[in-house]
Every structure is written in structure tokens, then in C-alpha cells.
Write a protein of this length. Sequence first.
Length: 160
Amino acid sequence: MQASVNSLDTLLQNSDADSMEWADGGGAEDAAEMMAILSEQDWLTLKSISLNRDRNWRACLASSLNPRQGEQAEHLLLTLASDQDLEVAFLAVRGIAFYCGINDSMNGPFIDPKIRVSSMHALAKATSGLASRVRRVGSSCGPRFQRQFDLLAAELERAA
């Protein structure tokens, strides 16, 4: 395994997505920085090893992915939205919603073009079955996230 992927793998194995050390300013940012410099081959390796890692590792990965890391990061985030573990799928869908421009306010969720990443939005809209996966994850969430995920699913189904 390449050194960069090995370092990231070690970080993810030794992290806890539910801990304060992982949140803003912690391991999640370290992981995001590591992913920002991965090569195409590194991304293929990361995707391959993700199939054999535990739920916590995948949750840490899902919470660290963002479109600035490249198209492979977007694809991996979309893949994790189908994860068998609900927490992993939730974290992936939450990221997808944000990068597709779904924001939230006291008045409820709304489409915010200022935060939308066009490449992520286009890829999500083109991903077959994503809207139904988003609704499935949303059905297990509290009302706040359910409304956000319903808006995302409607946005994904909306004609271009």
C-alpha cells in the first residue's frame, strides 16, 4: 500500500467519528488534508480497502470526504451513501446534501446555490437510485434531517 494511503488508513483506524478529537480542528481535518494529495491510484487503493474496514473507519472516511479532493472523493462519498451501516450512510448523505446546496435555517431546509458544488450536484443527479437511498436514510432520522434529505431527494429527481 502506498505511504500516503497507509498513513490515512492508520489515522482512520485510530480515530472515532463520535469523539470530540475527530470533529472540527481534529482528525477529520487531518484526514481531509491527507486525501487532498492522494493520486488516482491512491484513491483506487483507498476505495478497495474501505470494503474491508469497520463501521467506525468508514464513518470517519465519510465525514472527511469533500469535492475539493477531486472526482474520486465525490464517487466514494456517493458509494458510502449505500453503506449497510446507517451511521455511515447518514454521514455520507449529509455531506452529499451540503455539497448539493441543501442548507438549513430556523424556517427549515432550503436550496442555497452559494454552497453548491456543481460537480458534486451533477454527479449526484446522474447517480441512479440515489434519491431513493437518500429517502431511506432520511426515514430513520429525526425530523430536521428528514426534511433536509427529502429536499435533497426532490432536488435529485428534478429535471435539469
